[in-house]
Design a protein around this ligand. Sequence first.
Ligand code: NAD
Length: 422
Amino acid sequence: MNLSYVPTQPDGPWATYLSQIDEVVPYLGRLARWAETLRRPKRALCVDIPIEMDDGRIAHFEGFRVQHSLTRGPGKGGVRYHPDVTLEEVMALAAWMTIKNAAVNLPYGGAKGGVRVDPSRLSERELEKITRRYTSEIGIIIGPNQDIPAPDVNTNAKIMAWMMDTYSMNVGATATGVVTGKPVALGGSLGRVKATGRGVFVIGRETARRLGVSLDGARVAIQGFGNVGSATAELFAGNGAKIVAVQDHTGTVVNAKGLDIAGLMGELRARGGIGAYSGGDRVPDEHFWDVESDILVPAALEGQITADRARRLKTRIVLEGANGPTLAEADAILGRRGITVIPDVMANAGGVIVSYFEWVQDFSSFFWTEDEINVRLEKILVGAYRKIWETAELHKIHLRTAAFVVACERVLLAREERGLYP
Ligand code: NAD
């Protein structure tokens, strides 16, 4: 386990994040003196999660919760269950949450959690035990005013309900505000499930408008058909675009005339993946990156757009639904090729914005309608995006660096105003 801040993998997410910070420092003026703060997580907790499996074995799992920054408010960020989770990955994901929350001006720091496990190999009972023990272990640093987890890859509303219940049992009072992305019956918010996909769509629509690309008939290719990918696909298709390619961990399906999203959703429910869907042509996975599109949405895992793929992409806009899908070298290539990249910290911020609404609603015990949620989401997102676009034009920089400029200025100004303790 790497316990230093020096990245172990040159193409890994932590290295990608650090190179993004290097890019932004020249634009920070006097605040650059505080920039080292951004290169170090404030706090990282590694926990052992022992559980008794259904067959009587005792199995141990590694869990993490990283609070990258608490400068602007409590930590906020999802929890990921995946066999490849490492401390270094969670550090990067937590850091991107700091940037994202500041870029859209939410009163949060940045945090992230993860458990190194393949949930598809667990029974529901085992999944619940892991979740409850993990929550108990990280209970010393999370809380409605400290750090508020949410769903991420392979976690969902049911897991958030178990987390909320475990934390509440430990503190002796029902604490709905300790996690977001909960079921609506437990203080969850309307609109949260599809909020990230809705945000991806809204930012995609705004980008298309600015670049003069008509959404009507626009070709959209989407990698990942989980929470983010499927909601994004539904909204683009519902607004006149054609979903020409979809890829998930079970395969890749293409159809130049547009895939039927309801059919893909049915396939996902029936078989747990879209790889065998018959409403299009099944192609080798690598072919996904050669499909012609107007908008390409990576909505699966990080590190998917490599330098080689960046040279081959036939698209105009890369709309990052996933966190960290583009490697630093690939980002530079896309820039040189004139492909507009909408950074993850902007494109997928819809989820955390509605998580923020959920947290506010839980504190006030007063719940909003779905229309109110969607209108407020759009207002915050479109306003934040306008500022980032203006910053990019002012400094003549790419949108990612612009988003980092806006976010880092906010974080470091708060750091400077708070001063150093003691
Ligand atoms: P999910 O678990 O619901 O879906 C993940 C999808 O990725 C699945 O369709 C899976 O089949 C696919 N996938 C996994 N490995 C793949 C591979 N090697 N090749 C192709 N496809 C693969 O997860 P999600 O919540 O939709 O998250 C997706 C991305 O969006 C992650 O990067 C996550 O951090 C980011 N994100 C999620 C949210 C949220 O609210 N859920 C918010 C912001 C960002």
